[in-house]
Design a protein around this ligand. Sequence first.
Ligand code: SF4
Length: 401
Amino acid sequence: MAGLPSGQEKAQTPTPTPLGVYVHVPFCATTCDFCAFYQTVPKGDAIARYLDGIEAEAGLVEWGGRAAATAFWGGGTPGLLKADQLDRLGRIMLLYCGGQPTEWSVELAPATVTAERLAVLKALGVTRISLGVQSFNDALLDALGRQHTPAQVYRAYDLIRAQGFASVNVDLMFALPGQEETQWRADLDEALRLAPDHLSTYCLTFEEDTALWVKLSQGKVKLDPAKEALFYQRTWDYLGAAGFAQYEVSNFARQGHACTHNLNTWHMYEWVGLGPSGASQHAGWRASNPPDLGLWLADVGAGRRATADRTALTEALLASDAVVFGLRMNAGVSLPRLRKRFPRANWSGLEDLLPRLLLEGLLTATQEGVIRLTPRGRLIADAVGAEVLEAFEAETRSTSR
Ligand code: SF4
């Protein structure tokens, strides 16, 4: 690679980083108003063809004899698969990914939770269930276009607990159209009453090409950044007082229940994404599968996978993303450690940026070189991340000249 600027050299990681497997299950019965994920209504034999595609794709992955440390099934709605289909998906994954992962998460929508499906997942070795509750308030669920009721949430939660999974997460959303602070507090109280091991609390976002985006453009709902900031702050304070340690902007866990798969992703380790729209960062490149069941099936049927936006992993790319995602974590970023891991990334752009972020009270830094967002910085984590990326990119541009 002689002659290339340092920031563009290919990363050579001496010790393999942990490998994760993400399986995208792209089926939903209906589309939630806020949803920007790829999903489709399963028609005819779509699920059977999807499972054949997963088997074909898993056979194409350059596993290199490595076993996956963690697995995550998301969607879409994995629970739309019947028990025997979940079993087949699990067996395919276990066959190819080197045996039982130490952590295996499955997202489930409350309306899809049955004792039969849970028994299959438990027998496969799933360790963690993530229940997509979003809210306990009927009217707010309706406003999101969600198809479940609070009664279905309670029933699903009890069934999940009865199966004895090691870890249970509850997903909630806040800053919903018309949601008052007291209603959000009531949702948090109700979630705490269930006593999950992990809570994910997401601020509602307005993504293009969603029903919510249309409502926004028609003036039927409004953005309210001040309310969002208030809800964030109240959430952090309230869950902290309730014994949940915040470990990322949107994620809280009781001791020992943080999601390792997500942590490994944010540390910019490696993952294999299977299924339509599945994204991979593995074997020296980053790429996504087509977000379309038919196109993805055609790809894997022809022996191709993850062909879109295939990008070589460089130290510059990994270092900048490790800082951006690292800053979203409460543990922060150890700059000496990252510099050791990516010695050929060009760090001077970030060094120029840091004093201003410190001065503006968005970051703190320890003597050991660990930088962390302050609560104020965490409220604008996306904007800080954009500045970090720009600093790395500007530096790469200047060294390329
Ligand atoms: S269940 Fe999830 S993936 Fe499906 S439409 Fe709703 S938000 Fe999107």
